[in-house]
Design a protein around this ligand. Structure first.
Ligand code: R5P
Length: 296
């Protein structure tokens, strides 16, 4: 039996192939048949001692059950170790019950995955009140990588952005903006955000006049509906930024949301390829491959 293989969930063929190439390991597609009643039948191909399963958990509900079926099938067929390569890991934000009766999705989902996988590797998970990914997954190996180095390289490689100011749209984004600013040496400005609904936020900036006449680069971990970035951009445009760009690790928004970002004055949106998206511009394969070489 071969040592290691990468099994790719439908939809992730491109980033999966880039990772396999970086690792130099064979790939196999995961086959999913949906029965007329909505149940799914999973079929895996290929056998290896260590199975890497590639799927992000954007739109996660169906994927969760399919991944569990796949992991069990791989184990039945001889895999001794199963690693979930999950560049975007959903359900990280619900780390407490915000209202009485709410399910705390984060630990529930982590507990479920921990029963079937030996290791999980992800990129910039949205950890808020929990200090580390190991605290979310105490029973398996868990690696939280960061795309900040790759994002900093993208900024450095773009002459339009060299004299730009890095913008964090809320206090949580300060960790990513700060890490990137340390590498690029650029100035940064972090806004305050109050959210009152899925698509309702209020953003306020201290000392926004500093952006006047300069490019403003909004950095966030994710673009979900785009509401945060849209409101942030409107204020930056009003304050006289010479151009506004947006770079996010994970892009989850749809086409209509992208259009709204453009209307708000964002000239260019870039994301990492954790979730296949029109804005993908930063390839995560080298980052993921470096963390996975020990599996080969
Ligand atoms: C929240 O704290 C995150 O860092 C993002 O700012 C947020 O999830 C973006 O969501 P949306 O695009 O819906 O405003």
């Amino acid at each position: 039996m071969i040592r290691c293989a990468l099994h790719i969930y439908p939809g992730y063929e491109q980033p999966g192939a880039a990772l396999a190439q970086a690792l130099g390991c064979p790939t196999y597609p995961l086959h999913i048949h949906i029965f007329p009643d909505g149940e799914s039948l999973i079929r895996t191909e290929g056998r290896a001692k260590t199975a890497l399963l590639y799927a992000s958990l954007d739109r996660p509900n169906d994927k969760l059950i399919n991944l569990i079926f796949a992991a069990e099938a791989l184990r039945e067929n001889g895999a001794e170790r199963i690693v979930l390569v999950c560049p975007y890991l959903g359900y990280m934000r619900q780390d407490k019950a915000f209202h009485i009766g709410e399910a705390v999705s984060q630990p529930i989902m982590a507990g479920l995955l921990s029963q079937y996988f030996d290791r999980i590797i992800t990129v910039d998970p949205h950890l808020h009140r929990v200090s580390s990914l190991n605290a979310v997954f105490p029973n398996i190996e868990a690696d939280a990588l960061s795309a900040t180095g790759l994002i900093a390289s993208a900024i450095r490689g773009d002459t339009d952005l060299n004299d730009g100011i890095l913008i964090g749209p809320d206090s949580e984004s300060a960790q990513w903006v700060g890490a990137i600013a340390k590498i690029t040496g650029q100035g940064m400005l972090v806004a305050q955000k109050m959210r009152s609904g899925d698509r309702e936020v209020k953003i306020s900036f201290p000392a926004i006049e500093g952006v006047s006449g300069r490019p403003a680069i909004i950095i966030d971990d994710m673009i979900s509906s785009g509401t945060t970035a849209r409101h942030c951009a409107a204020l930056l445009v009003e304050a006289g930024a010479s151009r506004v760009e947006l770079i996010a690790v994970h892009a989850l928004c749809d086409e209509a949301d992208l259009l709204r970002l453009s209307v708000a004055g964002i000239e260019h949106v870039r994301s990492c390829d954790s979730v296949p998206h029109d804005t993908n511009a930063i390839i995560l394969a080298p980052l993921l491959a470096a963390a996975l070489t020990k599996e080969l």
